[in-house]
Ligand binder design. Sequence first.
Ligand code: PLP
Length: 280
Amino acid sequence: MILYNGQFVEREEVSIDIEDRGYQFGDGVYEVIRVYQGQCFAMKEHLDRLERSSKEIKLDCPISRMKLEDNINQLIKKDRLTNGIVYLQITRGAAKRTHQFPEHAKSVLTAYTSEMERPLANLQNGINTKLVDDFRWLRCDIKSLNLLGNVLAKQEAQENQCYEAILHRQGTVTEGSSSNVFIVKNGKLYTHPANNFILNGITRQYVLRFAKEEHFEVIENTFSTEELLKADEVFITSTTSEISPVVKIDDQIIGEGRPGIVTAALQKKFEEEINKLVSH
Ligand code: PLP
Protein backbone atom coordinates (compact mmCIF):
# COMPACT_ATOMS: atom_id res chain seq x y z
CA MET A 1 0.00 0.00 0.00
CA ILE A 2 0.97 3.62 -0.36
CA LEU A 3 0.60 6.18 2.37
CA TYR A 4 -0.70 9.28 0.63
CA ASN A 5 -1.32 12.34 2.85
CA GLY A 6 -2.63 10.23 5.72
CA GLN A 7 -4.66 7.77 3.59
CA PHE A 8 -3.72 4.23 2.66
CA VAL A 9 -4.27 3.57 -1.04
CA GLU A 10 -3.23 1.01 -3.63
CA ARG A 11 -0.29 1.99 -5.81
CA GLU A 12 -2.46 1.99 -8.96
CA GLU A 13 -4.81 4.50 -7.33
CA VAL A 14 -2.14 7.11 -6.64
CA SER A 15 -1.81 9.83 -9.20
CA ILE A 16 0.99 12.34 -9.02
CA ASP A 17 0.44 15.58 -10.88
CA ILE A 18 2.95 16.24 -13.67
CA GLU A 19 3.40 19.71 -12.17
CA ASP A 20 4.23 18.34 -8.75
CA ARG A 21 7.25 20.35 -7.65
CA GLY A 22 9.03 17.25 -6.45
CA TYR A 23 8.84 15.93 -10.01
CA GLN A 24 9.82 19.19 -11.72
CA PHE A 25 12.29 20.76 -9.30
CA GLY A 26 13.22 18.08 -6.79
CA ASP A 27 11.46 20.50 -4.41
CA GLY A 28 11.03 18.28 -1.40
CA VAL A 29 12.69 16.15 1.26
CA TYR A 30 12.81 12.46 2.09
CA GLU A 31 13.83 9.80 4.59
CA VAL A 32 14.67 6.11 4.45
CA ILE A 33 13.89 4.23 7.66
CA ARG A 34 15.13 0.68 8.26
CA VAL A 35 12.74 -2.02 9.41
CA TYR A 36 14.10 -5.10 11.21
CA GLN A 37 11.70 -7.90 12.13
CA GLY A 38 8.74 -5.60 11.54
CA GLN A 39 10.12 -2.83 13.80
CA CYS A 40 11.33 0.62 12.78
CA PHE A 41 14.95 1.33 13.68
CA ALA A 42 15.69 4.90 14.87
CA MET A 43 12.26 6.24 13.88
CA LYS A 44 12.60 9.26 16.21
CA GLU A 45 15.95 10.29 14.77
CA HIS A 46 14.68 9.96 11.20
CA LEU A 47 11.54 12.01 11.88
CA ASP A 48 13.62 14.65 13.70
CA ARG A 49 15.83 14.92 10.62
CA LEU A 50 12.79 15.04 8.32
CA GLU A 51 11.45 17.96 10.38
CA ARG A 52 14.80 19.70 10.20
CA SER A 53 15.16 19.20 6.43
CA SER A 54 11.57 20.45 5.89
CA LYS A 55 12.19 23.53 8.02
CA GLU A 56 15.40 24.34 6.12
CA ILE A 57 13.47 24.48 2.82
CA LYS A 58 10.39 26.14 4.41
CA LEU A 59 8.14 23.17 3.74
CA ASP A 60 5.17 22.15 5.90
CA CYS A 61 4.42 18.53 6.62
CA PRO A 62 0.75 17.86 5.67
CA ILE A 63 0.15 15.67 8.75
CA SER A 64 1.17 15.88 12.39
CA ARG A 65 4.25 14.10 13.69
CA MET A 66 2.14 11.83 15.89
CA LYS A 67 -0.12 10.85 13.00
CA LEU A 68 2.87 10.29 10.73
CA GLU A 69 4.51 7.98 13.23
CA ASP A 70 1.28 6.03 13.63
CA ASN A 71 0.76 5.91 9.83
CA ILE A 72 4.27 4.51 9.28
CA ASN A 73 3.68 1.75 11.82
CA GLN A 74 0.33 0.94 10.23
CA LEU A 75 1.91 0.83 6.77
CA ILE A 76 4.48 -1.72 7.95
CA LYS A 77 1.70 -3.87 9.42
CA LYS A 78 -0.55 -3.59 6.36
CA ASP A 79 2.33 -4.60 4.09
CA ARG A 80 3.40 -7.35 6.52
CA LEU A 81 6.96 -6.08 6.16
CA THR A 82 9.56 -8.01 8.11
CA ASN A 83 12.94 -6.78 6.85
CA GLY A 84 13.13 -3.77 4.61
CA ILE A 85 12.74 -0.03 4.46
CA VAL A 86 10.12 2.68 4.56
CA TYR A 87 10.71 5.35 1.93
CA LEU A 88 9.01 8.60 2.80
CA GLN A 89 8.96 11.90 0.94
CA ILE A 90 7.28 15.28 1.12
CA THR A 91 7.10 17.57 -1.89
CA ARG A 92 5.85 21.15 -2.07
CA GLY A 93 2.93 19.84 -4.15
CA ALA A 94 1.41 20.75 -7.51
CA ALA A 95 1.05 24.23 -8.95
CA LYS A 96 1.64 26.08 -12.21
CA ARG A 97 5.36 25.90 -12.86
CA THR A 98 7.26 28.85 -11.40
CA HIS A 99 10.59 28.71 -9.62
CA GLN A 100 9.45 30.66 -6.55
CA PHE A 101 7.12 28.97 -4.05
CA PRO A 102 3.54 28.99 -5.40
CA GLU A 103 0.85 30.54 -3.20
CA HIS A 104 -1.64 27.70 -3.28
CA ALA A 105 0.28 24.44 -3.53
CA LYS A 106 -0.41 21.86 -0.82
CA SER A 107 2.50 19.67 0.23
CA VAL A 108 2.21 15.99 -0.67
CA LEU A 109 3.49 13.21 1.58
CA THR A 110 3.93 9.72 0.19
CA ALA A 111 5.46 6.65 1.77
CA TYR A 112 5.80 3.01 0.86
CA THR A 113 7.70 -0.02 2.05
CA SER A 114 10.17 -2.19 0.23
CA GLU A 115 11.62 -5.53 1.26
CA MET A 116 15.37 -5.55 1.80
CA GLU A 117 17.63 -8.04 3.50
CA ARG A 118 20.66 -7.01 5.54
CA PRO A 119 23.83 -6.65 3.41
CA LEU A 120 25.51 -9.58 5.15
CA ALA A 121 28.13 -10.35 2.47
CA ASN A 122 29.31 -6.71 2.41
CA LEU A 123 29.39 -6.54 6.20
CA GLN A 124 31.59 -9.58 6.33
CA ASN A 125 33.85 -9.20 3.29
CA GLY A 126 33.91 -5.43 2.83
CA ILE A 127 33.30 -3.33 -0.27
CA ASN A 128 35.26 -1.74 -3.10
CA THR A 129 34.92 2.00 -3.57
CA LYS A 130 35.95 4.71 -6.00
CA LEU A 131 37.06 8.27 -5.29
CA VAL A 132 34.80 10.72 -7.12
CA ASP A 133 34.78 14.51 -7.28
CA ASP A 134 32.09 16.03 -5.02
CA PHE A 135 30.47 18.75 -7.13
CA ARG A 136 27.14 18.86 -5.28
CA TRP A 137 25.55 22.01 -3.90
CA LEU A 138 26.51 23.51 -0.55
CA ARG A 139 23.54 22.33 1.51
CA CYS A 140 24.26 18.61 1.64
CA ASP A 141 22.98 18.68 5.26
CA ILE A 142 19.42 18.80 3.89
CA LYS A 143 18.05 15.41 2.84
CA SER A 144 16.53 16.89 -0.29
CA LEU A 145 15.12 15.12 -3.34
CA ASN A 146 17.81 16.74 -5.49
CA LEU A 147 20.12 13.78 -5.80
CA LEU A 148 21.61 14.17 -9.26
CA GLY A 149 25.14 14.75 -7.93
CA ASN A 150 24.80 11.62 -5.77
CA VAL A 151 23.27 9.63 -8.64
CA LEU A 152 26.11 10.48 -11.03
CA ALA A 153 28.73 9.64 -8.41
CA LYS A 154 27.15 6.25 -7.61
CA GLN A 155 26.86 5.48 -11.33
CA GLU A 156 30.57 6.24 -11.82
CA ALA A 157 31.39 3.87 -8.95
CA GLN A 158 29.16 1.13 -10.37
CA GLU A 159 30.65 1.48 -13.84
CA ASN A 160 33.99 0.76 -12.18
CA GLN A 161 32.68 -2.34 -10.37
CA CYS A 162 32.55 -0.47 -7.07
CA TYR A 163 29.73 -0.51 -4.54
CA GLU A 164 30.12 3.09 -3.39
CA ALA A 165 31.68 6.40 -4.44
CA ILE A 166 33.73 8.23 -1.82
CA LEU A 167 33.36 11.92 -2.53
CA HIS A 168 36.01 14.60 -2.07
CA ARG A 169 36.12 18.36 -2.55
CA GLN A 170 39.57 19.33 -3.79
CA GLY A 171 41.17 16.47 -1.89
CA THR A 172 39.06 16.76 1.29
CA VAL A 173 36.90 13.70 1.85
CA THR A 174 33.27 14.60 2.54
CA GLU A 175 31.05 11.50 2.48
CA GLY A 176 29.83 8.66 0.27
CA SER A 177 27.25 9.11 -2.50
CA SER A 178 24.67 7.64 -0.09
CA SER A 179 26.67 7.09 3.10
CA ASN A 180 29.07 8.67 5.58
CA VAL A 181 32.76 7.83 5.65
CA PHE A 182 34.98 7.03 8.66
CA ILE A 183 38.68 6.22 8.81
CA VAL A 184 40.66 4.60 11.62
CA LYS A 185 44.29 5.59 12.17
CA ASN A 186 46.33 4.40 15.16
CA GLY A 187 43.15 3.38 16.98
CA LYS A 188 41.46 6.77 16.52
CA LEU A 189 38.38 7.41 14.40
CA TYR A 190 38.05 10.37 12.07
CA THR A 191 34.95 11.55 10.21
CA HIS A 192 33.90 14.77 8.49
CA PRO A 193 32.15 17.19 10.88
CA ALA A 194 28.37 17.46 10.56
CA ASN A 195 28.19 20.72 8.64
CA ASN A 196 26.71 21.82 5.30
CA PHE A 197 29.07 19.57 3.29
CA ILE A 198 27.56 16.29 4.49
CA LEU A 199 24.32 14.69 5.54
CA ASN A 200 24.48 13.96 9.26
CA GLY A 201 23.67 10.27 8.94
CA ILE A 202 21.62 8.56 11.61
CA THR A 203 23.96 5.57 11.39
CA ARG A 204 26.91 8.01 11.69
CA GLN A 205 25.39 9.32 14.93
CA TYR A 206 24.99 5.77 16.28
CA VAL A 207 28.62 5.02 15.42
CA LEU A 208 29.78 8.15 17.28
CA ARG A 209 27.87 6.91 20.32
CA PHE A 210 29.20 3.35 20.04
CA ALA A 211 32.76 4.64 19.66
CA LYS A 212 32.43 6.65 22.87
CA GLU A 213 30.98 3.66 24.71
CA GLU A 214 33.91 1.53 23.51
CA HIS A 215 36.38 4.30 24.49
CA PHE A 216 37.64 4.88 20.97
CA GLU A 217 38.69 8.46 20.46
CA VAL A 218 36.64 10.16 17.71
CA ILE A 219 37.84 13.24 15.90
CA GLU A 220 35.12 15.00 13.90
CA ASN A 221 37.48 16.75 11.58
CA THR A 222 38.18 16.76 7.86
CA PHE A 223 40.81 14.44 6.39
CA SER A 224 42.40 14.27 2.96
CA THR A 225 42.20 11.63 0.24
CA GLU A 226 45.85 10.86 1.03
CA GLU A 227 45.01 10.19 4.68
CA LEU A 228 42.07 8.11 3.53
CA LEU A 229 44.27 5.90 1.36
CA LYS A 230 46.81 5.48 4.18
CA ALA A 231 44.22 4.67 6.86
CA ASP A 232 44.41 1.45 8.88
CA GLU A 233 40.68 0.93 8.37
CA VAL A 234 37.93 2.66 6.41
CA PHE A 235 34.20 2.08 6.64
CA ILE A 236 30.99 3.65 5.40
CA THR A 237 27.74 3.98 7.31
CA SER A 238 24.13 4.24 6.18
CA THR A 239 20.65 3.00 6.97
CA THR A 240 20.82 0.34 4.27
CA SER A 241 24.59 -0.39 4.29
CA GLU A 242 24.85 -0.31 8.12
CA ILE A 243 28.59 -0.33 8.94
CA SER A 244 30.26 -1.64 5.78
CA PRO A 245 34.05 -2.06 5.81
CA VAL A 246 35.91 -0.57 2.82
CA VAL A 247 38.68 -2.89 1.66
CA LYS A 248 39.63 -1.16 -1.56
CA ILE A 249 39.61 2.44 -2.84
CA ASP A 250 40.40 2.78 -6.55
CA ASP A 251 43.41 0.44 -6.91
CA GLN A 252 44.57 0.84 -3.33
CA ILE A 253 44.01 -1.99 -0.83
CA ILE A 254 43.07 -0.61 2.61
CA GLY A 255 44.88 -1.99 5.64
CA GLU A 256 45.16 -5.70 5.17
CA GLY A 257 42.41 -5.91 2.59
CA ARG A 258 39.83 -7.22 5.02
CA PRO A 259 37.56 -5.68 7.68
CA GLY A 260 39.57 -4.27 10.59
CA ILE A 261 39.14 -4.83 14.31
CA VAL A 262 37.77 -1.38 15.20
CA THR A 263 35.19 -1.72 12.42
CA ALA A 264 34.26 -5.19 13.67
CA ALA A 265 33.84 -3.89 17.25
CA LEU A 266 31.46 -1.18 16.01
CA GLN A 267 29.56 -3.67 13.86
CA LYS A 268 29.08 -5.81 16.96
CA LYS A 269 27.59 -2.83 18.86
CA PHE A 270 25.26 -2.17 15.94
CA GLU A 271 24.15 -5.79 15.93
CA GLU A 272 23.37 -5.52 19.65
CA GLU A 273 21.30 -2.41 18.98
CA ILE A 274 19.23 -4.23 16.36
CA ASN A 275 18.74 -7.16 18.71
CA LYS A 276 17.53 -4.80 21.46
CA LEU A 277 14.84 -3.55 19.11
CA VAL A 278 13.76 -7.02 18.10
CA SER A 279 13.65 -8.40 21.66
CA HIS A 280 11.36 -5.55 22.87
N1 PLP B 1 25.06 10.76 3.22
C1 PLP B 1 24.24 10.71 2.16
C2 PLP B 1 24.49 11.61 1.00
C3 PLP B 1 23.14 9.82 2.15
O1 PLP B 1 22.32 9.79 1.10
C4 PLP B 1 22.95 8.96 3.27
C5 PLP B 1 21.84 8.02 3.30
O2 PLP B 1 21.17 7.76 2.35
C6 PLP B 1 23.84 9.04 4.33
C7 PLP B 1 24.89 9.95 4.28
C8 PLP B 1 23.69 8.14 5.53
O3 PLP B 1 22.60 8.54 6.31
P1 PLP B 1 21.80 7.50 7.22
O4 PLP B 1 22.79 6.83 8.10
O5 PLP B 1 20.85 8.37 7.98
O6 PLP B 1 21.12 6.55 6.30
